[in-house]
Design a protein around this ligand. Structure first.
Ligand code: M6R
Length: 361
């Protein structure tokens, strides 16, 4: 049942405020400025002994994991990184007893992720799951974890589950942070930020008519560049994947800091750039990158907290706490990918050559 929407993708994008509300519900502890994650199965003493966190997933779940790694580093100050599970399992990884492994999957059935979990367990590692589908193979195989409560996701292209997974990572990061060195004040600040998310998502969704117009203007591109730095970079990667999957326009994501090291050579009017420009301590750096692109007659669509003079167009999104900004900045670009695909007449819910869950190698 699409509930009045033409596609599941549109329905699922539109459901994100309620979905985020669900992942937060019943978990916030205002007294201790923390959150409780029932199924984590990680005692505070164990949480304090974790020296590293390694996040594994594929596709969109891997991108959610990249944002998750940054959140964990920022809030819990535990070194963390994400890697495609499909690569990890083939490189005879060093499995370290002080590392906590986190497997991320919407379906909970992705074969490469499941195989990585099984290999880790065989070597005695502790593995948590951040999964959407309750009772799925990865959820059962993991030692503990948390469900992301996005609700059923039917469209092959993941949208609401991405957002909820990133929120689930913010909860995990806050939980670990408050067991370690995150202050009460910072804990409260993040909790307040989390509570603002559903309302801010609704604000973004209201700008859909404007995003639809923009998508029509960029739909003639043969290729697009997506740039961001640090917090903005995984957002750029995910937005680029969304556009490729659903519109078949080639898109490539690059850290804005790497432009001079190669991709600037591609810039010309026929190669537009989408720039993720949060209002944080890297704002000036991102403005300088846009200037470089403009100087080479590149078209720029910015996603930012205020209108960007250097860009041809800006999609303005509401500001949250710096750490939580990536959760919101990807949402208008889901709509951008959707409307680009619609303008090009694509089969939105079932892009060619793709399956919802990849249960084979
Ligand atoms: O079910 P999973 O989250 O494990 O799926 C992983 C990827 O196959 C999935 O995210 C894929 O990249 C989607 N088509 C993204 O839109």
């Amino acid at each position: 049942d699409m509930g009045g929407h033409d596609t599941y993708m549109h329905k699922e994008i539109s459901e994100q405020a309620e979905a985020v509300d669900r992942v937060l519900r019943g978990r916030i502890d205002d007294r201790f400025a923390t959150v409780h994650l029932g199924g984590l199965n990680l005692e505070p003493g164990e949480a304090r002994r974790v020296r590293r966190i390694k996040i594994l997933g594929c596709g969109t779940s891997y991108h959610a994991g990249q944002i998750g790694a940054q959140l964990i580093e920022e809030l819990a100050r535990i070194p963390a990184d994400a890697e495609p599970a499909s690569e990890f399992r083939y490189r005879n990884p060093v499995v370290d007893p002080d590392t906590l492994y986190v497997a991320v999957s919407q379906s909970g059935e992705t074969y490469d992720v499941l195989a990585a979990v099984q290999e880790l367990k065989r070597k005695g590692a502790r593995v948590l799951g951040i999964v959407n589908v309750v009772g799925s193979a990865i959820a059962r195989e993991a030692d503990g974890g948390t469900y992301v409560h996005a609700g059923p996701e039917v469209c092959v292209v993941s949208t609401k589950c991405f957002t909820n997974t990133v929120v689930a990572f913010a909860l995990l990061a806050l939980h670990l942070g408050r067991i370690r060195d995150l202050s009460v004040a910072d804990g409260k600040r993040i909790i307040d930020g989390l509570r603002r998310l559903p309302g801010q998502i609704d604000e973004i969704l209201k700008t859909e008519p404007e995003i639809k117009q923009l998508a029509k203007q960029y739909a003639d591109a043969r290729s697009m560049l997506f740039i961001g730095r640090v917090r903005g970079y995984p957002v750029a990667r995910e937005a680029s994947l969304k556009l490729k999957e659903v519109s078949y326009i080639h898109a490539e994501a690059y850290p804005a800091s790497e432009l001079k090291h190669g991709p600037l050579a591609l810039i010309e009017p026929a190669m537009p750039t989408v720039a993720i420009v949060p209002d944080d301590d890297l704002l000036e750096k991102n403005r300088a990158a846009m200037e470089e692109i403009k100087a080479r007659s590149g078209r720029i669509l910015a996603v930012a907290h205020q209108v960007q003079e250097k860009a041809d167009h800006t999609i303005v999104v509401p500001k949250n706490e710096d750490e939580l900004d990536p959760i919101l900045m990807g949402i208008p670009l889901q709509l951008f990918a959707y409307h680009t695909a619609l303008a090009l007449g694509r089969d939105i819910d079932k892009p060619r050559n793709l399956a919802k869950s990849v249960t084979v190698e």
